[in-house]
Design a protein around this ligand. Structure first.
Ligand SMILES: CC(C)=CCC/C(C)=C/CC/C(C)=C/COP(=O)(O)O
Length: 284
């Protein structure tokens, strides 16, 4: 492996240096996508330093002038070098978004502990947290299913239960795959968590809030003030995750997005009484 210094300045065979010194001792920058001016090409070939560096190249580098190179006006550019020297626009945009996300989330984590600037409202935030937790929702849906005496009511409650379980599974899978750590300022004092809940992307509370809000609006809640209340509740659940320092903003934003689409999946998988009866029939 050539040293980093040698890699950045070498006039290796088949490649164009990022910068070279001109005759006046100043650096001249040239584009990788353009053919270098003849005086630079000539200097590449004759300069004893660059010749020495070319000679010390690794076999890999030398192979770079073969099939895995891109041609630029007769010059061969190793593709790996092009990628390093020209970081992609998407890469820069993502790193910038991530930096803004971390900065904003840290600033908004004003209830992360009791002595934070809004530490006094932490108990209220934790109450909102519990309202979006999986256990009260699963227990509530199971209780309503048990108490419901109409077929329509049982159908809705059974599908809500199925939606809640689906949400836990999907969020668990994404968390286990992405493995993004929770913000450093978070205190891990949440009640009843799975092992994947040490990861923060996406927010399980946000997915549940978005999915349940859509579910309630579609099947249960009818009066306009209650519909507004449901939407406010879902928004507060998401926002409280960042205020408590549990999540970064992007975890919650993606959680809302995922929960919204999860509801569409629930509609596709909707269990009708006829289907249930045939499933029960198959079991017997
Ligand atoms: C019946 C049964 C196994 C219930 C499990 C319910 C449970 C422990 C859900 C976890 C809910 C939770 C803490 C999610 C994490 O939410 P984030 O917003 O912090 O991702």
């Amino acid at each position: 492996m050539p040293s980093p210094k040698a890699r950045s300045s070498s006039g290796r065979s088949g490649s164009v240096p990022c910068n070279v010194t001109g005759g006046n001792g100043r650096y001249e920058f040239i584009s990788l996508n353009r053919t270098p001016p003849p005086h630079l090409l000539q200097r590449q070939g004759s300069d004893p330093t660059s010749a020495r560096l070319r000679a010390s190249e690794s076999p890999n580098r030398r192979r770079g002038s073969g099939s895995s190179t891109s041609s630029t006006g007769g010059q061969q550019l190793p593709e790996e070098d092009c990628m390093k020297l020209n970081p992609s626009f998407i890469g820069i945009a993502l790193s910038s978004l991530l930096a803004i996300d971390l900065w904003l989330s840290k600033r908004l984590g004003v209830c992360a502990c009791e002595d934070s600037s809004w530490g006094s409202v932490r108990p209220l935030m934790k109450l909102i947290e519990i309202s979006g937790h999986g256990i009260p929702w699963l227990a509530g849906a199971a209780y309503c299913l048990y108490k419901s005496d109409s077929v329509a009511g049982q159908e809705v409650m059974l599908n809500l239960l199925m939606a809640l379980v689906l949400d836990l599974v999907l969020v668990g899978v994404v968390k286990a795959v992405v493995r993004r750590r929770r913000p450093a300022h978070n205190r891990m004092d949440m009640f009843a968590t799975f092992s994947v809940d040490r990861y923060s992307f996406p927010s399980g509370h946000a997915t549940r809030a978005a999915m349940c809000a859509r579910f309630l609006l579609a099947h249960l809640v009818l009066a306009a003030p209650l519909r507004v209340l449901v939407l406010l509740w879902a928004s507060f659940v998401g926002f409280s995750r960042v205020l408590l320092g549990r999540h970064n903003v992007t975890d919650v934003a993606f959680g809302f997005f995922m929960g919204y689409w999860q509801y569409n999946l629930v509609e596709v998988l909707w269990l009708s009484p006829v289907m249930l009866q045939s499933m029960i029939g198959h079991l017997h």
